[in-house]
Design a binder for this molecule. Structure first.
Ligand code: SF4
Length: 326
């Protein structure tokens, strides 16, 4: 793809503007799980009218959350903040088993927007527990996906491993062992941690590949390709988005400076000083409108030569919950 975003942005001629080559990572932005989660909230609003409560940010992006709030979604952190008789949606990150049980006990109508690829990890954890395995969960403490996955099994059946150092030190109870992973980890970090666990515990069971999802894997490969050619990579997304932060790390490791941007207005033009080639990507929860807005903003100051670097194509979509798909 090639486009002159200076013209596209506001119709001004590019004459006199400094040139800037922009490499757009592809795939970038929304994944199938985020797309489904947003549609779950929209369809629940259509079906039942506002308000629809959503436990936790449906996906980790302010623009998405604010857009749904404007349509009547109300975001809360805990189920006891949901008033009686109001439908509630569980976010894409998944929830502990206790949450839908508590919603049912209160008679709430619940719609589950958990990404099917996170649900798959939940089922793996259940299976390992049923087989008597102690489970090591590779992930980041405090992330809602990790809390949801750890909440699939009884307390004490799973131990969190966050780093190589923790993989070296972890002391699980004697007996059979398995591992699962958060879906949005750095592919490289996870592989190193799994290698340590396999060395220390040769019989450990786990997925053939880590549980890192296709979207995380593809976006990391794309940003790596872009970072190899660019001095600076602008990563569009939110700081509480795990997969977005991993894109920053991957870009840095590939030799580029990485700058996280919540949106176009957050761009500090000083970071572009001295750059002639930059990359742009977006986390799986960041809408494409933010990338286009960033290009428009850049186009006010530079004559842009925009090229896409596509490492693979994606055509996955997920069905809505049955209650919302009629
Ligand atoms: S990043 Fe992966 S696991 Fe998370 S919502 Fe998207 S597809 Fe699902």
């Amino acid at each position: 793809m090639s486009a002159n975003a200076a013209d596209a942005a506001d119709g001004r001629p590019e004459a006199g503007l400094p040139r800037l080559r922009v490499l757009l990572a592809a795939p970038r932005g929304f994944c199938a799980g985020v797309d489904r989660a947003v549609r779950v909230v929209e369809e629940a609003l259509k079906r039942d009218g506002a308000p629809v409560y959503v436990r936790h940010e449906i996906v980790h992006n302010r623009v998405v959350v604010n857009g749904l709030a404007a349509q009547g979604a109300v975001f809360v952190e805990e189920l006891d903040e949901v008033p009686p008789g109001v439908p509630v949606v569980f976010s894409a990150h998944g929830v502990a088993k206790s949450v839908p049980l508590a919603a049912a006990a209160r008679g709430l109508t619940a719609f589950d927007a958990t990404c099917p690829l996170v649900s798959k990890v939940h089922r793996e954890a259940e299976r390992h527990e049923a087989m008597g395995h102690h489970i090591l969960m590779i992930g980041h403490a405090g992330h809602p996906e990790v809390e949801g996955t750890m909440g699939q099994v009884r307390l004490g059946a799973m131990t969190l491993v966050q780093s190589l150092a923790e993989a070296e030190a972890v002391a699980p109870p004697p007996g059979p062992l398995a591992f699962v992973t958060q879906t949005t980890l750095s592919v490289e970090d996870a592989a190193e941690i799994v290698a340590v666990l396999r060395r220390r515990f040769p019989g450990i069971e786990g997925p053939a590949k880590e549980d890192i999802c296709y979207a995380t894997t593809n976006r990391q490969a794309a940003v790596r390709a872009v970072a190899a050619e660019a001095g600076l990579v602008l990563v569009v997304g939110s700081a509480n988005s795990s997969n977005t932060m991993r894109l920053c790390e991957v870009a840095s490791r590939a030799g580029a400076r990485a700058q996280l941007l919540e949106g176009p207005e957050a761009l500090d033009l000083d970071v572009l000083e001295g750059e002639t080639v930059i990359g742009i990507t977006a986390g799986a929860s960041a809408p494409e409108s933010l990338v286009q807005g960033l290009l428009a903003r850049l186009g006010e100051h530079y004559a842009l030569d925009v090229q896409e670097r596509r490492v693979t194509t994606e055509d996955l979509t997920f069905k809505l919950p049955v209650a919302l798909s009629a």
